[in-house]
Write a protein that binds this ligand. Structure first.
Ligand code: LLP
Length: 432
């Protein structure tokens, strides 16, 4: 029933995360509350670092995708566990640098980087910039020139692969806003252009085929398409790429029925296929970068809410109204993404109800989930929504001027705040 291995039911019958009673956390820090199992985050980071070191060519390694959850503490964890960082804006870059993250281990992404984003990245000497297309390459070249620097760049290409995941995260097909398509011939043309730019060092290529991918299949296809492209580029231009960034996208189990993928096994399969393809082309195997986001933090996160009321609509549904909602977790409202939930007070009981978890915003679409299996809920209960470590805090908003919740991290059974709760003053802080 509790499908994340760090979740247990303690002697009092309460839900515990990493051995810590969630009702104690709710009492001490208030709700809504994001809880992050730091031990699990570090374990996941270590798993990617060691599997990539073991199964992929020298120089390979994971770059934590900060978009999943970015704050200074996460950046420090990534640094300590030996990961690089994929940052997607000057804001994420600023956070990482303020946390002491080494700029050389950062890759700046984004399909619409502003002049300021690029300027920051070059001035701060980030290790890599993933250029999204020809115009951007020219812009990076110009800014680097003006700053008297050189920019180390990956060119983002789209391999034309459909991993059949949900549309909002399906990014490898040709007709998307990201990157330059390989199948249309544009990727090759833009590569030729990049090689001619004075202030650009082309370090290799980047691609990302989507998220929530459960098996190695789509990644192996990605390796096939990308190695064929590398070989074609070398034949046409003589250029050999040192880096192949295959993006993020390893799935996580959001619900009991999902089988969590074997990440190390997927990485091994990618390594084997890369070796085979590189041998076939006589191509020196490039270092591989991966950008796991949710695979690092999603399962480590739980959000605690207090039930404000329970409402049964005759002939209709049972609504369980929570003190949070789309403001702290917009994933159901945006994508229909499903999360399981537990009444933390009686976590050992059977889930005999099917409920709609309703948020507090003045909007009927503000739901955390529908047809969610739950123990019988009562007003005042603490409800835990599971697998919320990724794309919850990072996508949170102040809709209806609701302050955003804090994040408490658990390490070795000890809790500490890593992001404080917003206050009403914070919410109005920018008003003039
Ligand atoms: N690299 C690139 C270039 C990406 O675009 C993404 C995700 C990642 C890495 C990390 O993917 P992950 O390993 O986390 O699946 N808000 C949506 C997800 C949007 C993902 C965008 N890009 C959600 O809540 O599911």
């Amino acid at each position: 029933m509790l499908h994340q291995k760090n979740l247990t039911v303690n002697a009092a019958g309460h839900l515990a995360v990493g051995g810590v009673d969630t009702l104690d956390l709710a009492r001490e820090y208030g709700t809504p509350l994001y809880v992050l199992d730091e031990d699990m985050v570090r374990e996941r980071m270590g798993l990617y670092v060691s599997a990539m070191g073991r199964y992929l060519p020298a120089g390979s390694g994971p770059y934590y995708a900060g978009k999943a959850l970015c704050c200074k503490a996460l950046c420090r964890m990534a640094k300590e566990e030996g990961m690089g960082l994929d940052a997607v804006s000057a804001g994420e870059l600023y956070t990482a640098l303020a946390a002491g993250f080494p700029p050389a281990d950062i890759c700046l992404h984004g399909n619409a980087k502003t002049e300021a984003d690029i300027r920051c990245a070059i001035a701060d000497r980030v290790g890599l910039i993933a250029a999204d297309g020809e115009e951007e390459l020219i812009r990076i070249d110009r800014i680097a020139g003006a700053l008297g620097a050189r920019a180390r760049v990956l060119l983002r290409v789209t391999p034309g692969i459909d991993p059949h995941t949900f549309a909002a995260v399906n990014t490898g097909v040709v007709d998307v806003k990201f990157g330059v398509p390989i199948p249309t011939g544009q990727a090759l043309a833009v590569t030729e252009r990049a090689l001619g730019l004075e202030n650009i060092d082309l370090a290799g290529f980047h691609c990302h085929i989507g998220s929530q991918i459960f098996d190695a299949g789509p990644f192996l296809l990605e390796v096939d398409v990308m190695t064929a492209f590398l070989a074609q580029v070398r034949e046409k231009t003589g250029y050999t790429a040192g880096i192949l960034d295959l993006g993020g996208g390893f799935a996580v189990a959001y619900e009991e029925a999902d089988a969590a993928p074997d990440c190390a096994g997927m990485i091994r399969a990618i390594g084997q296929r890369l070796e085979e393809r590189c041998q076939a082309y006589g191509y020196p195997a490039p270092a591989v970068l991966l950008e796991p986001g949710r695979g690092i933090v999603a399962a480590a996160g739980v959000t605690l809410y207090t039930v404000q009321n329970v409402k049964d609509v005759p002939g209709g549904r049972r609504y369980v109204a929570l003190d949070g909602g789309m403001g702290d977790n917009p994933r159901y409202a945006l994508y229909g993404a499903r999360h399981s939930a537990v009444v933390a007070d009686r976590a050992g009981e059977d889930k005999t109800c099917s409920v709609t978890l309703a948020g507090r915003c003045c909007e009927s679409g503000d739901l955390i989930g529908e047809d969610v299996a739950l123990q019988t809920p009562r007003t005042g209960d603490t409800v835990a929504v599971l697998t919320t470590g990724a794309y919850n805090y990072s996508m949170a908003s102040n809709y209806n001027r609701v302050p955003r919740p804090p994040i408490v991290a658990l390490r070795g059974g000890q809790a500490r705040l890593i992001v404080r709760r917003e206050t009403l003053e914070d919410v109005a802080a920018y008003d003039l």
